[in-house]
Design a protein around this ligand. Structure first.
Ligand code: PAF
Length: 280
């Protein structure tokens, strides 16, 4: 695996690696890699001839400066982990390399970025769109791999690719969980011992809500999740919303769509965790 830090080096290496008919798979990350990221890279390896991974903690997607500051960074460890995967080229640029000038673009995702994460983290998805469009422009991947844990991000990136006609296929990969159910996230390592113990309650509640939903309305299922999380003193619910998986519009009944997802954000102490469950 080669590590490149500049756009020029990246493009030079890709010019050699991208042989006619060969497919480039891309996994953009912010580092602090865990099994969830590695499974994206392995999925990319199964269907691509060349796998490129990027590690870049994108400042424009952090609406909270303290969140950006404490975001875990460990390039040496990440490189070790990536060497165990099919990654051939790691792009680990500086902020100046990605943003030689400030990015002033404002994207319009309509309703998609006005709800849930978009509502609680203003500007977050605009920053994600800025960096993903720049990275796609540099790597020009045939396929890009994103985890379904960031469900709303996935929907928005699909819309970005459609709007900008980027020609990259967005591949959604399943949520990877710890053995106690907690969705894997780079932020998990920031949890205190007490909050790490409480955090699996989020996934447990979502799984239980699937059973509950079989005989209950959407409104009652939302109430069930809110009340279950509310009973745990170490967790603070930010939102739980049951939405159409394509439009992210709230649904009032299970018949309203054939793709329905429940999305949740919870604070465990200072650490904000997200997760989701597909009902149908
Ligand atoms: O999901 C992430 O890790 C980031 O939002 C992404 C897609 C790498 C953009 O910075």
């Amino acid at each position: 695996m080669e590590v490149v830090k500049t756009r020029n080096e990246l493009e030079e290496r890709l010019a050699v690696l991208r042989k006619p008919g060969k497919k480039v798979g891309f996994v953009p990350t912010m580092g602090a890699l865990h099994e969830g990221h590695l499974s994206l890279v392995r999925n990319a390896g199964k269907v691509s001839d060349v796998v490129v991974v990027s590690i870049f903690v994108n400042p424009t997607q952090f609406n909270d400066p303290s969140d950006l500051e404490r975001y875990p960074r460990n390039l040496e460890e990440d490189i070790k982990l990536l060497k165990t995967t099919p990654c051939e080229l790691l792009f680990a640029p500086s902020v100046k390399e990605i943003y030689p000038e400030p990015d002033k673009r404002v994207f319009d995702f309509g309703h998609l970025d006005k709800v849930m994460e978009g509502k609680h983290r203003p500007g977050h998805f605009n920053g994600v769109a800025q960096v993903v469009s720049r990275l796609f422009d540099m790597v020009k991947p045939d396929k890009a791999f994103f985890g379904q844990k960031d469900f709303q991000q996935l929907v928005i990136i699909r819309d970005l690719v459609r709007q900008m006609n980027l020609g990259t296929e967005v591949v959604a990969c399943p949520v990877i969980r710890e053995s106690d159910g907690l969705a894997m996230s780079s932020r998990n390592r920031l949890l205190s011992e007490k909050h790490r113990k409480s955090a699996p309650m989020i996934a447990k509640t979502l799984f239980e809500s699937c059973n509950f939903a079989k005989n209950s309305s959407v409104a009652d299922t939302e109430k069930f999740v809110r009340e279950s999380i509310g009973r745990n003193k170490d967790l603070r619910l930010e939102y739980f919303q049951i939405v159409d998986g394509n439009t992210l519009q709230s649904v009032d009944s299970w018949e309203e769509s054939n793709y329905i997802v429940g999305c949740i954000a919870v604070f465990a102490g200072e650490i904000r965790l997200i997760d989701n469950i597909v009902y149908k």
